[in-house]
Design a protein around this ligand. Structure first.
Ligand code: MG
Length: 343
């Protein structure tokens, strides 16, 4: 089949493949239905730029049975994935070796976003305790920040660590809007993005112009920082912006991608080529999944999932497997690129 014809038919099939979300919880583990290679749920929009599809790799559902899965983070040294199941106040772990799923931490203080620092330590955003923590190699949990100028953080959401050890995180406050994903409480601070210096531990405000700052990721050279705004949940913006990183400050604020409404994106990661992969959901089921944008901002590919996708990360021994937390399940697919973030 001619490549262009194949792409067109694959795109059409992808549309047809969108599953009824009402039936999502009946799906078994393993490859999604109608997965004949190449998986029609991996949609190539620009075959010159989206060269990341693996023809004989299907989208797999690797774990299910959660209320709201978020914040995936991969441990190459241990060969496992950890993520948050926020409303169940726990974090889960999936072993790459045999697919075993177990509880990693409970209670988790309704932890949401997770990442690892350059020393491999787990960094977490805790909704309920309204703080950012670091898990030391001996299991001790250190508090990195729980207040700013004497006022409690809202409910940190997502986090990324730069190669200089600085911890950049967002604080939109979803975790104190109700008791389901934390506990209901008053806001003491506006929604902001903060940076915690890796050496001094001192926090500074790096952005305060977001309705609801959410997922964030650096470009591979760390010269740019992408930050999602999920303000649409409260009548605000639904887009992703990009900033130049000037040391410990951000500059040159620009909209990077904005065609998400009436749905929105929540989590974001970059690959070694500088492409920007972000979650998608909450509106048209045919758009549920992941979007891949070229560094220029052009939408070049989509991955279709049967549920709203909240967040994603690259993992696997070669960082070439994309893990996606999708509402009640976790999905994975091999791609022909690698995550920018190490480990
Ligand atoms: Mg988030």
């Amino acid at each position: 089949m001619e490549r262009r014809t194949f792409l067109a038919s694959a795109a059409a099939a992808a549309t047809a493949m969108a599953l009824d979300p009402a039936k999502a919880d009946t799906l078994p583990l393993g490859n999604l239905p109608n997965w004949r290679y190449p998986d029609p749920r991996v949609e190539v929009l620009d075959d010159k730029k989206f060269k990341y599809m693996v023809g004989n790799a299907a989208i797999e559902r690797i774990a299910t049975g959660f209320r709201w899965a978020e914040g995936p983070v991969y441990f190459r040294d241990g060969g496992f994935l950890v993520w948050s199941d926020i409303p169940n106040n726990r974090m889960m772990r999936w072993l790459e070796e045999d697919g075993h799923v177990s509880v990693f931490r409970t209670p988790s203080n309704y932890t949401n976003g997770n990442t690892r620092d350059r020393e491999g330590r787990l960094i977490s955003c805790e909704h309920d305790a309204r703080r950012v923590t670091r898990t030391e190699p001996d299991g001790t949990i250190d508090v990195l920040l729980d207040s700013y100028e004497g006022k409690k953080l809202n409910a940190p959401n997502d986090v990324v660590v730069a190669s200089d050890g600085a911890i950049w995180f967002t604080d939109p406050g979803y975790g104190i809007l109700g008791n389901y994903e934390g506990h209901k409480a008053d806001f003491e601070l506006p929604p902001r993005v903060y940076r915690i210096d890796g050496k001094t531990g001192r926090a500074t405000i790096v952005a305060d112009t977001f309705d609801k700052p959410n997922g964030l990721a650096f470009s591979p050279d760390e010269k740019k920082l992408y930050i999602i705004d999920t303000g649409l949940t409260h009548g605000g913006r639904s887009n992703m912006r990009v900033f130049d990183v000037n040391g410990d400050k951000l500059a040159n604020d620009k909209v990077f991608a904005e065609n998400f409404a009436p749905g929105f994106t929540d989590g974001v990661r970059t690959d070694i080529d500088g492409n920007v992969w972000c979650s998608m959901g909450w509106a048209d089921p045919k758009e549920d999944g992941v979007r891949c944008y070229a560094p220029t901002g052009e939408l070049i590919g989509k991955i279709h999932l049967p549920e709203t996708c909240s967040n994603l990360c690259f993992g696997g021994k070669k960082r070439n497997r994309l893990f996606m937390t999708g509402s009640t399940s976790v999905y994975a697919v091999y791609v022909e690129t690698q995550g920018a973030l190490k480990p």
